[in-house]
Design a protein around this ligand. Structure first.
Ligand code: NAP
Length: 251
């Protein structure tokens, strides 16, 4: 008999780590996927074990279907199945479109959209026969509003939102819910990386001071708590929805 578990892609740092720690409250083992940074994954495991849940690190590049399939086979060998999947792994490689390289386009689409495809396809195959499961996709307000210099990222995130709606219809009959969260600007390494460019840094300050009603960026745990709601039975009749968590930036 296999045991249900939570899998958070990109769960080693930033929003993903906060989600992993928050979802530890569900009482299931938590699997932390990451791509490269093993020490960050180890820190996430330490945080999870401190709150008393079984936690394992799973290295796999979500943009590579073979790596995702191998990770899911390993999860099965561990005697676990993914009952709660959070597709969080994501990257940015910003640039104006005329200057955008094929690799900037392909890596962002491949990770942010392809990763959701690979992981969701794999876990669905186990969720469907069990008629049980919850999927939460981390999109972005970039996938709703669009941001200059983020055509690749916006396209990927809009794709995630559209995929969330399609899958809600496809999986609803199997008692599997699929929702998305669209964060605004959240203080993580990803935001810091964006702000490393002086021009973008000053644009971010303008957005924070003039466009976000709270006058501040969000914290990762403010996204994680919304994910926990969507992953829990409290959201049992919420399906195909994208919940914006941006402090009012896009109202
Ligand atoms: N921060 C924001 O303002 C913001 C706003 C809207 C949406 N989001 C979305 O929220 C999610 C998390 O963002 P974040 O700010 O927390 O990012 P982050 O701090 O840069 O962390 C990214 C995480 O994703 C993992 N990752 C990256 N590429 C991967 C791949 N190919 N396969 C598996 N894991 C991979 C990283 O692992 P390694 O370190 O091992 O590579 C890390 O755990 C992303 O989907 C992002 O688009 C963020």
């Amino acid at each position: 008999m296999s045991e249900p578990a939570v899998l958070v892609t990109g769960g080693s740092r930033g929003i993903g780590r906060a989600i992993a720690v928050e979802l530890a409250g569900l009482g299931l083992p938590v699997l932390v996927n990451y791509a490269k940074d093993e020490s960050a994954a180890q820190e996430a495991l330490d945080a999870l074990r401190r709150v008393g849940v079984r936690a394992e690190a799973m290295r796999a590049d979500v943009s590579a279907s073979g790596e995702v399939d191998a990770m899911l086979r390993e999860i099965k060998h561990m005697g676990l199945w993914v009952q709660v999947l959070v597709n969080n792994a994501g990257i940015t490689r910003d640039g104006l479109l005329p200057l955008m390289s094929d690799s900037a386009w392909e890596s962002v689409i491949g990770t942010n959209l392809g990763g959701v495809f690979h992981c969701t396809r794999g876990v669905m195959r186990t969720m469907i026969p069990k008629k049980r499961g919850v999927i939460v996709n981390i999109a972005s307000i970039s996938g709703i509003r669009g941001h200059a210099g983020q055509a690749n990222y916006s396209a990927a995130k809009a794709g995630v939102i559209a995929m969330t709606r399609s899958l809600a219809r496809e999986l609803g009959p199997f008692n599997i819910r699929v929702n998305a969260v669209a964060p605004g600007f959240i203080k993580t390494d990803l935001l810091q990386q964006l702000g490393a460019n002086t021009e973008v840094h000053s644009q971010l300050e303008t957005i924070r001071d003039q466009m976000i009603p709270f006058g501040r960026f969000g914290d990762a745990h403010e996204v994680a708590k919304v994910v926990r709601f969507l992953a829990s039975d409290d959201a049992s009749y919420v399906n195909g929805h994208t919940l914006v968590v941006d402090g009012g930036l896009s109202v």
